[in-house]
Design a binder for this molecule. Sequence first.
Ligand SMILES: [Zn+2]
Ligand SMILES: [Zn+2]
Length: 290
Amino acid sequence: MDAAWRIEVHGTVQGVGFRPFVHRLATGIGIRGHVRNAGGHVVISATGPPARLEAFIAGLKTDRPEAARIRDVLVTPGAPGGDVTGFEIVESETASGVSREIPPDLATCGECLRELFDPANRRYRYPFINCTACGPRATIIESLPYDRVRTSMRGFQMCAACAAEYHDPTDRRFHAEPIACASCGPRLRFPSMTGEAAVDVVAGGGVIAIKGLGGFQLVCDAINDEPISRVREIKARDAKPLAVMVRDTVTAGALADLAETDRLLAPVRAHRAGPTAARRAVARRVPWDA
Ligand SMILES: [Zn+2]
Ligand SMILES: [Zn+2]
C-alpha cells in the first residue's frame, strides 16, 4: 500500500543542484511525485511504499549535493495521490515571507573547467560557463525562490542546445538556472582605447574595470605598487585592505593561513565586492553550518 508524504527540506538547498538531485534520487528509488522551491526551502511531494520513502529520506541526507546544507527535514503524511505517475520538477511557489536563504556563488567546478579548456566542447573558453554544481547565485538573484525568471539571466533566451540540457534529467545542467553558452548567454568584450588585450593592460601596470553580472570590479596587478596606489586614490581608500584574487585555495594557502571554514567560504568571499544585495546575502551566509 502506497503512502504519500510531504517533505520540507530547509537549509541551503536552492541554487546547489538540489532539485535535480531529488529528481535523480526519487526516480532511482521508484518514488512518484514532484519537487519545487518554495520561499527559501524545498518541498517534495513523495508517493510510494513506506520502505522506499524511508530510503528516500535517508538518501536526501547521505547523497546530497556537496554544496547543499540541510538544517531540517520536516515530514508530514499526506493523502495518497493514487494517480501520480513519474516524478517531476514543478514551478516554484512565489515566496511569501517565509525564511529565505540566498545560495552563495560557487566557484567553477572541475567538470566545467575541463569543458572550458576543451577545444571540442561547445563552451570552449566561454567565460560564463556554469552547471548545477557551480556558477553565480547570490550575485544574480533578484528575489527568491531561485528560478531563472527571478535572476538577471532572465533577459537571455536559452538557445536550443542549452534548453535541451536544461530539460534533460540525466544532464549535469538539468535545471541549472544560469545556464548559458556563447550563442545565447552574456558575452565578454574589452573595449580598449589602444587596442591592447585586457591581460596586457594589467601586466603593464594598468587598471581595468570589469563589469560582471553583479557590478564593477577594479582589477590590477597585486604585486605592483604603482597601480595599487592609483586604485587607492580612485577609491579614496588609503589604508583599508583590498581583496586579492588568486587562482584557487591552494594558491591562497601559500599567501595566508586558511582555516577549513575559509576554504568553504572562498567562493562566497570572492564576491564580497559585489552589489549591496549580494553583500547582504554573503553576510547572512557566514555562519556556514557544517
Ligand atoms: Zn560546473
Ligand atoms: Zn546556449
